[in-house]
Design a protein around this ligand. Structure first.
Ligand code: PRX
Length: 692
């Protein structure tokens, strides 16, 4: 948008404020956002700008905002980002935006590096005056209707109290705190409390086993763990505290375990180490001054899987991550012109143990002053109508979930949806995996009454927030496509040698420029960060995904091209599962590949060779399944375990996974050339073995 001929930027916070006040404003030059002279919406504002004098402008539809953003980002990228930075409250406003480089010589990712801010202030304090009594978190437990609502003021008080508890237990700026929690408000409270005092949280999904938890505690050097007595999931109990106890037998360095009471189940408390959340918070002040953080100070570490057996501690920092969460939440899920963010009730069904829960349950919504749902249940408990019954009862207006949940519920038939009045829902979103046509149609026609746009968001733990996604009202959607890059995102497709591909084509998905939400490092291993993401196709960030681009420039993500699989939206490395199987005394070698699965998207097919003399049996299969459950977690349990006399290897001893993938996919006719195998005959016996 322009006033006269020069772009004027008006930050989102001001923009939101206008809506309510409709006052004549003073707009300081360089502090501006999205707006144009007239778009015929009828909502007009008088704006006084030092540079341009007094003008009347109109509120913008998202389509116009997006166009205005794209125009201004192209004309002066740094000015654009500094203007966008006004979405946040800073104690020291940055003077620089992007100082990143993907090149080896001056490698590094840095944004807003001389700015200072606190994430909890942005998610809480700055809303108190205008939204103090407005719901911030709407909690829905495992049992329908079990829940409570926390206003921004209440949440602020709880966060300050818990921040004081952390401090009293020796936690300060830069210290790592592990959260192993159910999906309860206390999880968000603990995250924000860490942010308030500059501690670095690392949330570990409650479905991870004690061993996985121990690895993460050790890798990040955490000194404090926050957990609950037990979690509940679909009526079953998860022994969270007992899992922490066994993890701490293996991992050292933790002096304090804070335990919240969720179920009241029996747990053992170790004297001098374990304390109850409720007791610790009892006589603590509800005020806690926020720590001033540099924009590049760490906010959190979140472990994710890659091609190797060891999960990576993805590190996100304060300024860039929060801006990306705030901006993308607003673009994708924020209100249209004339409405307020709190007119919506936003429900992202992800667990805070995953990046989606960080960005779109906690940070993005709260930074925008939204009302966000935290759900501690599962989609099919007590019946397959749960999500829709809850949506109706709470009055959800935006619903964001994973394709795997949609596929699972679709199988139960339309009636579970149609029994409920879902007319409050205006927008639907998906994340985590490609969505197949059938699931898209069902989501759109049955859940969305054929009226709600579907926002298919492509992104990763590493990217902090959505990168390729339609802006509702602005981007035409196509079923199954994540559509177009958001402003400031520069995707390209390259071939196996890294040559840039143009036009409608298919290839490896890379990003050629940094964006504020990009991860900054792998905790404790900066060199691995460079090697993992920036060395395959030098000068670019390699996503690990393949994609197709159509004639309209739309992106269609085809899935991982590395040894990562996506099972029900849970990302895992095949090597992790192989390592777990290798632990069994009778296993000589294991190779794991993904296989198509109707509901989970991908399932796990394990080829296992046994030591000489050992016999494959159903009992052994069960032992191996149990082993993976205990080493990683139940979600990593193999669907198929095929005992194999040998694995297909090249003469140099490398397993040819392509062969195994085709067998697991049930397409042995597409295996292709096997002449480089040391023993090509092995392929026939594997195909035969897969049939039985
Ligand atoms: O393969 C892509 C897939 O999920 C991977 C990232 O997994 P994770 O880090 O666990 O983050 C998931 C939530 C953001 C990607 O490399 N993926 C994610 N979103 C989509 C997707 N594949 C297709 N379409 C999507 N919308």
């Amino acid at each position: 948008g322009t006033i006269g001929t020069t772009p004027v930027y008006i930050g989102a916070a001001q923009f939101a404020a206008w809506k309510h006040t409709q006052l004549i404003l003073d707009v300081v030059e360089g502090r501006g956002g999205m707006f144009s002279l007239d778009n015929g919406t009828g909502r007009r504002f008088l704006v006084r700008s030092r540079a341009y004098g007094e003008r009347e402008i109109a509120m913008l539809h998202k389509a116009d905002r997006l166009r205005a953003m794209q125009a201004s980002i192209d004309s002066d990228t740094d000015a654009f980002w500094l203007a966008e930075a006004h979405r946040l409250d800073w104690s020291v406003f940055p003077t620089k935006a992007d100082e990143s480089s993907f090149g080896k010589a001056d490698f590094g990712i840095r944004w807003f590096a001389d700015g200072e801010l606190n994430v909890s202030v942005n998610c809480l304090d700055r809303h108190l005056e205008t939204r103090g009594d407005q719901p911030a978190i709407v909690f829905e437990g495992d049992e329908p209707g079990e829940g409570r609502t926390l206003t921004y003021r209440e949440l602020h008080g709880e966060v300050c109290r818990f921040a004081n508890v952390l401090k009293a237990n020796g936690i300060g700026k830069g210290d790592r705190v592990i959260l192993y929690m159910p999906m309860v408000p206390e999880a968000a409270i603990a995250m924000l409390a860490c942010a308030r005092i500059g501690a670095v949280h690392s949330v570990v999904f409650g479905g991870f086993s004690p061993d996985s938890l121990a690895d993460r505690i050790a890798d990040c050097g955490a000194t404090l763990v926050v957990t609950a007595d037990e979690g509940t999931r679909g009526g079953k109990r998860i022994p969270l505290k007992a899992n922490v106890d066994s993890a701490l037998e293996r991992a050292s360095g933790v002096d304090t375990v804070i335990v919240m009471q969720r179920t009241g189940g029996q747990v053992s408390m170790r004297e001098g180490r374990d304390i109850w959340w409720e007791d610790a918070c009892a006589d603590v002040s509800g005020q806690c001054p926020p720590e001033a953080m540099n924009a590049e100070d760490p906010l959190f570490i979140l472990y994710t899987s890659g091609s190797t057996g060891k999960p990576k501690g993805v590190l996100h920092t304060t300024g860039g991550y929060l801006l990306w969460s705030t901006l993308t939440y607003d673009l994708l899920f924020g209100p249209e012109e004339g409405r307020d963010v709190a007119d919506d009730l936003f429900w992202c069904t992800a667990d805070v143990g995953w990046i989606t829960g960080h960005t779109y349950v906690v940070y993005g919504p709260l930074s925008n002053g939204a009302r966000t749902v935290m759900f501690d249940g599962v989609p099919n408990y007590p019946d397959p109508g749960r999500l829709w019954e809850t949506s109706q009862r709470l009055g959800v207006t935006i619903f964001y979930t994973a394709p795997t949940a949609i596929r699972a519920l679709m199988r139960h038939g339309d009636r579970w949806v149609l029994q409920h009045d879902l007319s409050s829902i205006r927008l639907l979103g998906t994340v985590g995996e490609p969505i197949n046509h059938e699931a898209w149609e069902w989501y759109h026609d049955i859940v969305g009454r054929g009226e709600c746009p579907i926002v298919d968001t492509w992104w990763q733990t590493e990217t902090g927030g959505a990168l390729i996604a339609p802006v509702p009202g602005a981007t035409e959607t196509k079923p199954g496509s994540a559509t177009l890059p958001l402003p400031g995102v520069h995707p390209e497709l390259v071939d196996g040698e890294g040559h840039l591909l143009t036009g409608a084509t298919e290839g490896n998905l890379v990003l050629t420029r940094s964006w504020p939400g990009q991860m900054r490092t792998i905790f404790g291993d900066h060199d691995r960060f460079f090697q993992t993401y920036f060395s395959t196709f030098p000068g670019t960030y390699f996503t690990g995904d393949g994609a197709r681009r159509d004639e309209d420039g739309y992106y269609w993500i085809t899935g991982r091209v590395d040894d990562v699989i996506n099972v029900s939206g849970h990302r895992m490395g095949t090597a992790e599962v192989e390592n777990a199987l290798d632990e069994h005394v009778l296993v000589a070698e294991a190779a794991v590949v993904g296989m198509p699965h109707d509901i989970k998207g991908q399932g796990i097919h394990a080829f296992v060779t046994l030591k000489a003399g050992a016999e494959g049996s159903d009992a052994l299969r069960q032992e191996l399944r149990d082993l993976v459950r205990s080493e990683i977690g139940p979600f990593a349990t193999p669907d198929v375990i095929q005992f194999a006399p040998d694995l297909p290897k090249t003469r140099s001893g490398k397993i040819m996974r392509r062969v195994l993938r085709k067998i697991a996919e049930g397409q042995p006719d597409q295996i292709g050339d096997t002449s480089t195998l040391a023993d090509p005959a092995i392929v026939e016996s594997l195909i035969e073995g897969a049939r039985v």
